[in-house]
Design a binder for this molecule. Structure first.
Ligand SMILES: [Mg+2]
Length: 319
């Protein structure tokens, strides 16, 4: 693959997280029915909590993951934990479990221990999958290492096995998407083979989701059926498979995949962020609609900064 395209994919996955997060934020917690009634098909930036085009904890933590991979030249748990603590702006809307883990780190817990006892056995929310794009793109040449690093990065805040598996599945999907030529059809069969080769599907939550995805690919149902069966809430085993499915049935362009995901309702900023991470890794930055990009916040740690992180991550990996 040409280096220019590969760099575009690195940037696309990071900015894809950002744009999906910003689009979804405005309707977080809405149902499919409420979004439909109020906006029809929502495919534009709405005024939201922190202003139109702003990002939430999803993107802020994704920035921390990228910064840490760059400064440590790869995964370093202590460094990443420190980046999360330094960057955390609670106005961006952090989950209770993540706040607790970050407080534990501030109080001296190691990155391995900080998330261990949250919610009795660790969190299995989607908070480690939503930020995983930089791990997925950086380790795209080695799926085994990718899976290990994704799980370790999850451990910092989401230590439950279901949380770690969600992060690994999302990261592997991003890495796989980086390796596919955007003009060729994304081979769903090949993707599912790779996924089942590298991920342990013994947990019933993910194996059921995987079999629902396979059924839906054969017989595409109404979005409400997808919502009911796969789920759209903040648990990793609900929203990670839903984001993946949103990409698999909308492989033609970035806009279609992200629009589909945010219109499912529920945890829409994270569904948007995770779908955007995969679709951005597949299509590249150039396929992200410019009217969406134009509206993203671009102060000191906004769009230009995220593009720069994507370039640096690419240079570290491939130059
Ligand atoms: Mg969020």
């Amino acid at each position: 693959m040409k280096k220019r395209l590969l760099q575009d994919k690195f940037i696309g996955s990071l900015v894809g997280t950002f744009v999906g997060d910003a689009l979804g934020m405005a309707v977080e917690g809405y149902t499919i029915e409420e979004i439909e009634k109020k906006y029809g098909q929502l495919d534009y930036m709405l005024e939201a909590r922190l202003g139109a085009g702003t990002y939430t904890d999803d993107t802020e933590m994704m920035i921390g993951v990228a910064e840490s991979l760059i400064s440590a030249s790869g995964f370093d748990g202590a460094d990443m934990a420190e980046k999360f603590v330094t960057n955390c702006n609670l106005d961006r809307g952090y989950g209770a479990g993540t706040i607790e883990a970050l407080n534990n780190i501030k109080a001296g817990s190691s990155w391995q221990e900080a998330g261990e006892n949250i919610f009795d056995g660790g969190s299995f929310g989607n908070g480690s999958a939503m930020r995983i794009a930089p791990v997925g793109v950086f380790y795209h040449t080695d799926y085994e290492e990718l899976r290990i690093k994704a799980k370790k990065s999850s451990q910092i805040t989401h230590a439950h096995p279901l949380g770690k598996t969600g992060a690994a599945i999302q990261a592997l999907t991003v890495g796989y998407a980086v390796n596919q030529k955007p003009e060729a059809d994304f081979s769903v069969t090949d993707y599912l083979d790779v996924l089942t080769e590298y991920i342990d599907f013994e947990s019933v939550e993910y194996s059921q989701a995987l079999s629902s995805i396979q059924d839906f690919l054969k017989n595409v149902p109404e979005p409400k059926v997808v919502r009911n069966k796969l789920g759209n809430d903040a648990r990793a085993f609900n929203s990670v498979p839903t984001s993946i499915y949103s990409c698999l049935i909308n492989t033609d362009n970035f806009k279609k995949a992200v629009t589909y995901a945010i219109n499912l309702g529920g945890d829409t900023d994270t569904l948007g962020a995770m779908t955007g991470a995969i679709a951005g890794a597949y299509h590249g930055y150039n396929d992200i609609p410019s009217d969406w990009l134009d509206q993203l916040e671009n102060r000191e740690r906004g769009l230009d900064y995220v593009i720069e992180l994507g370039k640096k991550l690419f240079c570290l990996k491939h130059k």
